[in-house]
Design a binder for this molecule. Structure first.
Ligand SMILES: [Zn+2]
Length: 317
């Protein structure tokens, strides 16, 4: 499939679904809608894509394929969504559903893989031979790009770095284990430490920001309070940063990449970039400790769209 051919790219997120045309070197006709949860997702995507093509005046015959980024895991052939808690799908044949309704080839991949491919092609990992995108947000996951193509593992689930175990006696993880990287260094982990501090007397700024509603404290609130000198928030951030440093170092030791790119709501913050760089420097073996770069993701929410578009063009597979 020629690189310049027009394709449709969709990014299904926990709250918002975004759809664009990828035409040459640009994203056209940006459309977004609240994510439809459950089995209605396929029909909602079809309608959105058909409307987008009509609005942009592009006949369906000129579209080569559709690429979809979606929270995983997917099945080994990447045709079905095995399970996604935040989009309420289980064993859902999304690729076949879309192909049947649109009459176009459809490729799926998980959101971290798509974003990693986007960053490798156009963002913070351009030129890297081996790049790992570490997404630190509600959960922690990774996409691994080796020589321009995704490394998916033998069963299409490589990159589940959120379940690297950092503390066997740590807090429970969504996977059923305890003390996983994700349970210790994700946005919710930092927010939980902030809430615990705000319940005591050591976090006056955080308590003031939260008022009567401790549930309103999220990771970015804790970072803001820490930047204003709140001792409880500083301590919460420090513990989270130390775990992030160790997790990122484990990834660097395992893959020896040119660059680790930090994405996700918490991962894109300056303070976490500092901790991750420190982690590689202090916890990796030589020569990895001196050679692996750590950078912040550059494409923001567009990374997954670019990646899905590249996959639809037959790239990065
Ligand atoms: Zn886990």
């Amino acid at each position: 499939m020629p690189a310049g051919q027009t394709v449709v790219a969709a990014d299904v997120g926990g709250t918002t679904t975004r759809v664009v045309l990828v035409s040459g070197d640009e994203l056209r006709g940006r459309t977004s809608l609240p994510t439809v949860r459950g089995d209605g997702l396929g029909d909602a995507l079809c309608t959105t894509i058909i409307d987008l093509l009509a609005r942009e005046g592009v006949p369906q015959s000129q579209v080569a394929a559709v690429g979809v980024s979606i929270p995983g895991p997917l099945d080994i052939d990447r045709r079905r969504v095995v399970f996604t808690g935040n989009v309420s799908l289980a064993d859902y044949a999304l690729a076949d559903h879309l192909e049947g309704a649109l009459g176009l080839p459809v490729v799926l991949d998980d959101d971290a893989n798509c974003a990693a491919l986007g960053e490798a092609e156009r963002g913070a990992a351009v030129g890297a031979q081996v790049a790992v995108l570490v997404v630190v947000g509600t959960g922690i996951g990774a996409g691994i790009v080796v020589h321009g193509g995704l490394f998916r593992g033998a069963h299409s689930v490589a990159g589940e770095i959120g379940h690297i175990n950092l503390d066997p006696s740590g807090p429970p993880c969504s996977c059923g284990d305890r003390g996983c990287f994700e349970a210790l260094a994700s946005g919710p982990a930092l927010a939980a430490r902030g809430r615990a501090a705000a319940r005591g007397a050591a976090a006056p700024v955080l308590s003031e920001i939260a008022g009567d509603n401790l549930e309103a404290i999220d990771a970015l609130t804790v970072i803001e309070a820490a930047s204003r000198g709140d001792a409880g928030a500083v301590a919460a951030l420090e513990i989270t940063g130390q775990y992030l440093a160790r997790g990122v170092a484990a990834v660097a030791n395992a893959f020896d990449p040119d660059v680790i790119v930090l994405g996700g709501g918490l991962g894109r913050t300056a303070v976490m970039l500092e901790w991750a760089r420190r982690g590689v420097h202090e916890h990796c073996i030589a020569p990895i400790s001196g050679l692996v770069r750590v950078e912040t993701a550059l494409l923001g929410d567009d990374a997954g769209l670019w990646g899905a578009g590249l996959l639809a063009r037959g790239r990065g597979g």
